[in-house]
Design a protein around this ligand. Sequence first.
Ligand code: HEM
Length: 250
Amino acid sequence: MDPDPQPKAMVRPASGGDRLAPVALQLPPLSPGAATGPAEAWLPWSGLSLALFLMLHLAAVSLALVDPARFERLAAALHQQVWLPAAELLLAAALLLHPALALLRTLRNRRARGPAAGPLRSRRAAGAEAVAALAARWAPWSGGVLLVFLVVHLLQLRLHRPAPGDELAALLAALASPVSLLLYGLAGPAVALHLFHGHESAHRSLGWLEPANRERIRRLGRGLALALGAGFSLLPVALVLRATQPAIAP
Ligand code: HEM
């Protein structure tokens, strides 16, 4: 086996003649995000923007449980904002770009490793590290679940806008079907798994992960993943349970 991993190129020696001599190509050392093109630089940014959206989204939709009247007021006010179409356009761009760029990176990395290499196997051991290894391996699947969920979710709640004051009724109508409730139930764990890997991976791709801050970023990302996953999993169930409870007379 070649002990020097640098690829070789054949050049004509300066002394002339037809013989080709091998020389080492001086490539920059491979960094974790190195197998990326310029377009793929948007992959971590789109992922982090979507994580920020999910934090705001969970905070907003939680109002449906804790303060329904405020939830209705917020939804009505939101749809009167002049900046909303621009924000939604940016959100749609991130939602479309992110899976497309992730697919591009997966294909590029697979091509760089070669067909004989097979899938990456992590040597990380147990506990949270085993979950992180699983989350990394399943990232395309958790992302796929979220894509399917999003298509259904947007068709239900964004394409057909309810009248002002009917937001919670529309949400409960969307959750009424067992299939749709199951999809919401899957979306929560998918968010958790995707972010468990994605938060740290995005920081690494942006070159922000250093030995000094790695543990802090890792703990923050995993905590955020679990909080968002739990919130998006429990909220639909809590909303449906509350709606089926008989109203308590004053
Ligand atoms: C507990 C689970 C969830 C509930 C109850 C919920 C509820 C809602 C509601 C009521 C809307 C309509 C908001 C409006 O237009 O005023 C909405 C929109 C939206 N939701 Fe969710 N959502 C949930 C989970 C998710 C998840 C997990 C994602 C992403 C993976 C997501 C992404 C979106 C997007 C992109 C929009 C459109 C935002 C816009 O264009 O204004 N939602 N959601």
